[in-house]
Design a protein. Sequence first.
Length: 573
Amino acid sequence: MPPRVPEGEKGDSRRVAKLPFVSVAVRIRPSSEEPAALWATEKSRVCCNRGFLLEEYEFSRVFGPEEDNQRLFAQLQGPAITDSIFAGVNETLFAYGQTGSGKTHTIFGSASSPGLLELFVQQVFDTASLRAGSAVHACCYEVLGDSLTDLIDSSALEAEGALCEDDVVHDELFIKTQRCRYQICRVPSAELCLRLLRSAARRRSCGVSSVNGDSSRSHAIVQLFVQNPCEPPMASIGTLTLVDLAGSEKEHENPSLHGRKSARLLNTSLCSLNRLLRKLQTGCLDESERRQSVLNKCLWEYLRPGCGIALIFCVNPSLQHRAASLSTLAMATDSKLIHSQRKCQYIQLSPHTPHETIRQVPSSPSPRGTPAPPPRSAETPRRPAGITCTSPRQESARREETNEEPEFQRQLAQSARHYERLRLEAERAHDELASDNMALRRECESLRGLFVRQQQQQIAFWTGPFLEMVGENSAAKAMAKMAAKGAQEALAAVQQGEKEDSLADAQSLSLDGVSRCVMPEKTSAQKLRAEMEYWRDMALTLQRELHKSKSPKAGVSDTETRSSRSASSDGVL
């Protein structure tokens, strides 16, 4: 949570344009000598070997085993994210994946390779040095089940004099019946901030997992709060949240009793977070998800619409972890539907003299710098000072102005209300159009993914098990090759983004006794259903033809069996 805003200060939020940085990325950890089931084919594609089928996934960016954290920071547009934080946007970065996939190395790094945390801290303080009046606060805590533990220990730094007592504040988070407190420290330099966060990382809970003997056994959350002064009396408040999630694993595979208990708690919190991410994908996030787990409660303010979200899905390429890697890739594919309109957050600072009143009509300054006295009116014996002589015409004009002033005020108020109503209607219409557009985009992505999967299944069927059942020179094999070629052409057309109808490109197959199928123009969903029915009928027809071709052979074999039985009976007689 950010530092508390003093009482009487107000918040404001403004929309900003979409920032050009990766939202969903996949990182493949370096593999051992075991056979690999995953590998990066391009900068944005990863290929998975599923035995008889190769699956290819596409993301914003795919990082291979040879790319280090410095390369990852550069490709994630780290400087752009930092500028977004100084503009008042909440930016959240996740490291998600199974146990032993390299999440902790990605966030915290090692002695030889700095992680994203160290790189972001250096970038934040480099930017703060160019902006006078900026302040940076840091906190770090871990979440395990229903408990929150503060990892910051500022006592040593306070004893050294690096931090003073006023630089450390405490915040609270109420979890069921418990009150969990954690520290938020104002850090003046990058060296002091890294020293504080490294000591916090060493106090994180570790234990034995099913993959290695020293694995993270909690979810670690590191936050950097940046307050940047803007036009007086405004200031922007931005937050960088780095989340190192504990890896998911099967409970029964952990060798220790304590490890199985912690795995159960971690899997429960990860399930709650997955539900929250599913709600973000569909755009129907509600307040009930906040209360599902402590992890959701801690991250709720930094995952809501208006925040920037970047997810790094870490996978292990070894063959024995293929099932867990496929589950991670499926979650990454669904997370591509998350879209957020970033908003800047501002607060209004309290004035230094809150009780000072401002004159409604300020007096004009005199040459000496003091307010000039009001001009005195001329004085005569018949007209003392302060009495003004007016003609009947002037008096009537003054009365008309006095009578018309309330009417003008009423018209101005009515115009202001009308303008406000039009503005609210325009904003409501804009939000509705944006929501409809987002729903249409999600539907198009879903239909496109469904069509691609169906084409891949058809290719695998016609080129795999089906060709093994038919003869070498049979007509069914030739027609299966034609069907596979048509499916490959349709899949290539979809992947290249062509607007042609993929169903019109598929070749119609004709068999003896089977009429040529003509697929009418329909909507996208109806096209998919019609195509599925078409290939189902074709498969049934091919099965019948295969059964007919095997029927004479079966008859001959029956005749030979009967003749052999009769011969054996004659021999017995």
